[in-house]
Design a protein around this ligand. Structure first.
Ligand code: S3P
Length: 430
């Protein structure tokens, strides 16, 4: 992609469906009794990887076009053994959540992924699953492929998670559906709660108290319609884009604003952004709003640690916001960024430095001094959010920003270049 300076962004549009909710709609819809109709589903590689794994375990999922799915649920015990390995591409959410579901099945399975996913840590789910009685093997390094062998039974556990991770929490709750007794997960920081919300929507009793979530095995899921809101993580690129580009005024429609996901809005507001939430409403248990954002002069801040987990996927583009802000921005407590689709602390610091920005990586975050951003060439390291963040960086740079290896944008946001162009980016796919 090549991104060149823009004179202003305008328009009213909807970004694609929420990735986290799309994954969960297929998982719970498949395990439910009855037919789940999904609208707003994210038709991008990651969510489609989850869809394909359930199809290969015998679930009839009709793709009706434009984000519409009809899932013929098979019930918690109706999945069939897949014929080959289950390949989930780049998707950590698919691999970690599926390992919880597969641990409870009466058949063996193997989960594999692409080059990036194969490097990501899986012990964080395998260790607690083993305590529940699951038979799951990784490589020596604790990475995939994951070999999951059927186990006689799983037992509920109380697990204090060492890191804030919705994927680990969700994996264990999903395994808990198949366990005897109660499974309780305690998190050190609040993380996205879509699994808990959607399980409740499907009629499953999930108790939450403070930072603990628990459920008892042996229940059932009943199909419900699901309306997937637009993904705030995709909207985030436009929130920063319109903030840093003078003469901008855009409205993003029907965006999910679940409070466990809105850290990006709180951080940008604290930096002085002009963001308004309009038409707030609740759709299928999830809060949504239209978000209007206009240009503003951002200021550097020390991002409060308690907002980090609530904005974990938005840091690549927040680092770009910091590069255009007045003064210094400090991010701490964000070491989880090092184990995402790329090491997002290093890849962003390297990229910003290549554009002449004073960005210093620290073990758990970054210190960025805002100022002039030059043009230059950037590596995306096959990470979709790095590629899109640097497309935003090109909006007010001194010269054009070229981003190499952008194919992975299609894992979460295949229409990015089109939507960005239509609101005023000067952007071209290479
Ligand atoms: C996700 C949780 C987050 C996030 C990922 C999606 C989910 O990962 O980064 O993109 O859908 O549960 P962690 O829970 O590992 O932080």
């Amino acid at each position: 992609m090549i991104s060149s300076p823009s004179k202003g962004l305008t328009g009213k549009f909807r970004v694609p469906g929420d990735k986290s909710i799309s994954h969960r709609s297929v998982m719970l819809g498949s395990l439910a009794e009855g037919i789940t109709e999904v609208t707003g589903f994210l038709e991008a590689e990651d969510a489609l990887a989850t869809l394909k794994t359930f199809q290969s375990m015998g679930v009839n999922i009709e793709r009706l076009g434009e984000g519409k799915l009809r899932i013929h649920g098979v019930g918690l015990h109706g999945l069939q053994a897949p014929e080959g390995d289950l390949y989930v591409g780049n998707s950590g959410t698919s691999m970690r959540l599926l390992s919880g579901i597969l641990a409870g099945q009466k058949f063996d399975s193997v989960l594999t992924g692409d080059n990036s996913l194969t490097k990501r840590p899986m012990r964080r789910v395998l260790d607690p699953l083993a305590v529940m009685g699951a038979n799951v093997k990784s490589t020596e390094a604790g990475t995939s492929p994951l070999h999951i062998s059927k186990s006689d039974s799983l037992s509920g556990i109380r697990y204090e998670m060492p890191m804030g991770s919705a994927q680990v929490k969700s994996c264990l709750l999903l395994a808990g559906l198949y366990a005897e007794g109660t499974t309780t997960v305690v998190e050190p920081a609040v993380t996205r709660d879509h699994t808990e919300q959607m399980l409740r929507g499907f009629g499953y009793d999930v108790k939450t108290k403070g930072n603990e979530a628990s459920l008892k095995g042996g229940g059932r899921l009943t199909a419900i319609p699901i309306d997937v809101p637009a993904d705030i993580s995709s909207a985030a690129f436009f929130l920063v884009a319109a903030s840093i580009t003078p003469n901008s005024d855009i409205t993003l429609e029907h965006v999910g604003i679940n409070p466990t996901r809105t850290g990006v809005i709180d951080i940008l507001l604290a930096m002085g952004a002009d963001i308004q939430l309009l038409n707030e409403r609740t759709v299928g248990g999830e809060k949504v709003a239209d978000i209007r954002v206009k240009s503003s002069q951002l200021q550097g801040i020390h991002v409060p640690d308690n907002l980090v987990a609530l904005a974990i996927d938005e840091f690549p583009v927040l680092f770009v916001a910091a590069a255009y802000a007045k003064g210094e921005t400090i991010v701490t407590g964000a070491e989880e960024l090092r184990v995402k689709e790329s090491d997002r602390i290093q890849t962003m610091a390297d990229g910003l430095q290549a554009l002449g920005v004073d960005a210093q990586a620290t073990p758990d975050g970054m210190v960025i001094k805002g100022g002039v951003v030059n043009g230059g060439a950037i590596e995306s390291f096959d990470d979709h959010r790095i590629a899109m963040a640097f497309a935003v960086a090109g909006l007010q740079s001194q010269g054009e920003v070229t981003i190499n290896n952008c194919e992975n944008v299609s894992t979460s946001f295949p229409s990015f270049v089109n939507l960005a162009s239509s609101c005023g980016f000067n952007i071209a796919a290479q």
